[in-house]
Design a binder for this molecule. Structure first.
Ligand SMILES: Nc1nc2c(c(=O)[nH]1)N[C@H]1C(S)=C(S)[C@@H](COP(=O)(O)O)O[C@H]1N2
Ligand SMILES: [Mo]
Length: 403
């Protein structure tokens, strides 16, 4: 009978495993195969803290974006301030891209451990290594898939980006929390340590470590700047991992999907179908233009990190809800596009956005009629809403008022 199962298990897990034959100890497995004095627990710890912060912010802002696009019953996302999503999603993409150099150097600082000898000291050691492997794989997956998505290069991804990126984020954050739990004592000791011995050698190594960290910070800063360049015009000339240039595209505004790509062609007989408690009607462009017109200045804030403000003109969604016999303060509106296929042809506008007087069915950009690529004849533009939910080429609005 086992007296103390806890200690028994610990002893079992920590019991040394037989070492593999020493003859296998060649190449990178040799003792002293990685002589760089630049690698240290201190460097790895500092990079780890920076990476942890960037990853944490990236995870939270990403989760927020996911919740806005797939809101569960308890979730509430306000329509004001109008720029909030622009900021949170900009942060998501910027912190994600910052992880590229941080992760690269951090992996460089620890990869000799891949060749630790013996490879598996005990069952506990094997479990630790497996957990680190899962973390590294998940983190690399997130960074690589995110960069590919920004570049809109889907060929290397044999899965739907959003779903893969979302679920692996949970894997990564779980593995990260375990990793932090295991490494926290090591990190704290490494960050505090100031051994008196070997002062000169340490000073030289410290200088090089600082130079390396400065390089990493500069790379991270440059990437962040160029990401911000997707939103902040004066920085738009730069562009590293962030390929979009604000101000380009028809009517000076970026386009994610063109009318041609969506298979939408202008139809002179266009009518907007409006369905609600009062039944179904349809409005042609003349009727829409005869309604009270409003002008708003609102950004398109794409999930991929670019955003750009523009002046839109058109009809308030709440006026259309009233016309359909719905309650403009409580109704939800289903928006459907003329686009026949495509994941973003339908979106739901929740009550707080329907209610907001800034939410328009836009007919104009500036003083001009919408360009086909911006959603002609009519598109949705609402405050503080992800670009992917700003449905273009609207064919039908269905008003639903709760009982
Ligand atoms: N019907 C439809 N609407 C759509 C899309 C789409 O693919 N189909 N793309 C969305 C995305 S991802 C963005 S960022 C915005 C971009 O609007 P813009 O092209 O006018 O800048 O439109 C949104 N509206
Ligand atoms: Mo987008």
């Amino acid at each position: 009978m086992v007296r103390d199962p806890d200690r028994w298990l610990t002893r079992r897990l920590r019991a040394p495993l037989p070492a593999p034959p020493a003859a296998l100890r060649r190449g990178p497995l040799r003792a002293g195969a990685f002589p760089s004095a630049l690698r240290s627990e201190r460097l790895t710890s500092q990079l780890g803290v920076a990476l942890g912060v960037a990853f944490g912010v990236c995870f939270l802002t990403g989760l927020l974006s996911h919740l806005i696009q797939h809101p569960p019953g308890w979730f509430f996302w306000p329509s004001r301030p109008v720029w909030l999503y622009r900021v949170t999603q900009g942060l998501h993409v910027a912190t994600g891209l910052t992880c590229v150099p941080l992760l690269g150097v951090k992996l460089w600082s620890v990869y000799p451990r891949l060749f630790a000898w013996p490879p598996l000291r005990s069952i506990a050691h094997a479990a630790e290594r497996a957990a680190v492997a899962a973390l590294v794989a998940a983190a690399l997956f997130q960074v690589v898939s995110g960069v590919l998505n920004i570049a809109r290069w889907y060929a290397p991804m044999p899965f739907f980006f959003t779903t893969g990126h979302y679920w692996v984020a949970w894997l990564a954050i779980g593995a990260l929390l375990v990793h932090v739990g295991v490494q926290l004592p090591v990190v704290r000791a490494a960050l505090r340590r100031r051994a008196a011995a070997d002062r000169d050698r340490r000073a030289a190594a410290d200088r090089r470590r600082r130079a390396l960290l400065t390089g990493v910070a500069a790379a991270a800063g440059l990437i962040t700047l160029t990401t911000a360049g997707q939103t902040v015009r004066p920085l738009a000339g730069l562009g590293l991992l962030a390929p979009r240039r604000p101000g380009t595209g028809p009517q000076g505004l970026l386009v994610n999907k063109t009318a041609a790509a969506a298979g939408v062609v202008a139809d002179p007989g266009y009518r907007l179908v409006l369905a609600g408690p009062a039944g179904e009607t349809s409005l042609d462009l003349e009727a829409l233009n005869a309604m009270p017109q409003h002008t708003v200045h609102l950004p398109i804030a794409c999930v991929e990190g670019w955003s750009q403000g523009a002046t839109w003109g058109g009809v308030r969604l709440r006026d259309l809800v009233t016309m359909a016999g719905g309650d403009p303060d409580r109704a939800t509106v289903l928006v459907e596009s003329l686009e026949r296929r495509g994941r973003y042809r339908v979106s739901t506008v929740p009550p707080e956005h329907v209610r907001d007087p800034l939410t328009l069915i836009a007919l104009r950009l500036g003083r001009e009629v919408l360009h086909p690529d911006h959603g002609y004849p009519a598109r949705l533009i609402a405050p503080n809403r992800p670009g992917v939910l700003q449905t273009k080429w609207i064919e039908r609005l269905t008003v639903r008022t709760p009982r």
